[in-house]
Design a protein around this ligand. Structure first.
Ligand SMILES: [Zn+2]
Length: 294
């Protein structure tokens, strides 16, 4: 019995080690795309890409200053600044900083960018503590040192359905929680060539490794939040599909550096719904698996 339990323990240890190694190599591959630079370009109208190869950063310009959504990693600030300037805009004109959710790969450079621009940080009410604790309040990654980032003071918060307006541009906020408690999508309208395009910068409902979707000790409502998010996203009417990661809206299949500007390039309502339904399927499968295991 003893040797049996020892070998079971050894197998379990091996399984944990294998998982850690797989996760580690996956993170390294992911990190290469997270730090790889990418030239800035105009997505549509007053919406520009100033992010890296995979981590989205959106610059939305207006005559009264600009809005910057998401930042990438802590070391991304100089690259974002260079991209904004390469497009002919000034960092000092950035008036509002915000984010789709408070994880380090989207907000770690906000502290630096806030210092650089003096802009107001406006964030989802339910992710405020993530920004102000540098990730320590996160229900999944709070104890993971590598997921922590510089703390930053939030100036204003928004709830579901509020509007962020600047210089004639209005962003509507959509609380689409689950990935974090305050995960948010933004929608706005852009006019080009006499046409109105509904632009969605959508935070997709992906589930991080180690998350129990039927309930986490620090996030008991996670299951219902994910369910609400998928229902809301399936009902969203968007033309232009953008997201927190380039890979989520297949940016690199749709655009290569040097391609000419085309306002229809990222119009993909069917691709958006397909992504949502695939993530929902993964969620439902995980819920079923967790419930069967209980
Ligand atoms: Zn995340």
């Amino acid at each position: 019995m003893l040797s049996m339990s020892r070998s079971v323990r050894a197998l379990a240890a091996l399984a944990v080690l294998t998982c850690a190694l797989v996760a580690h190599s996956r993170i390294n591959a992911q990190n290469a795309d997270w730090t790889r630079p990418f030239p800035p370009f105009k997505l549509i109208g007053n919406v520009y890409w100033v992010g890296g190869y995979d981590l989205s950063t959106y610059l939305i310009t207006t005559p009264q200053g600009h809005i910057l959504i998401n930042t990438g990693l802590a070391e991304s600030a100089p690259a974002i600044k260079a991209s904004v300037e390469q497009l002919g805009f000034k960092m000092s004109d950035v008036k509002i900083l915000t984010a789709t959710h408070g994880h380090f790969d989207h907000v770690a450079a906000i502290a630096d960018l806030k210092k650089m621009t003096g802009a107001s940080l406006v964030i989802s009410e339910r992710d405020k503590d993530l920004l102000e604790t540098g990730g320590a309040a996160d229900f999944r990654w709070g104890d993971t040192a590598s997921a922590r980032f510089p703390t930053v003071k939030v100036d204003r918060t928004f709830k579901d359905g509020e509007q962020i307006s600047l210089g004639g541009t209005t962003l509507t906020t959509h609380l689409q929680a689950g990935h974090t408690k305050g995960a948010t999508s933004f929608t706005t309208e852009v006019q080009e060539n006499g046409k109105t395009y509904r632009v969605g910068i959508v935070n997709m409902g992906s589930i991080n490794p180690g998350v129990t979707v039927t309930g986490m000790p620090k996030y008991s409502g996670i299951k219902d939040d994910y369910a609400r998010t998928f229902a809301a996203q399936k009902a969203m009417k968007i033309d232009v599909f953008l997201s927190s990661h380039a890979s989520q809206f297949k940016m690199h299949d749709k655009y290569k550096p040097g391609d000419s500007y085309n306002p229809d390039r990222f119009v993909d309502p069917a691709g958006f719904l397909k992504e949502v339904s695939e993530l929902e399927k993964a969620y439902l499968a995980q819920v079923a698996k967790e419930q069967a295991g209980k």
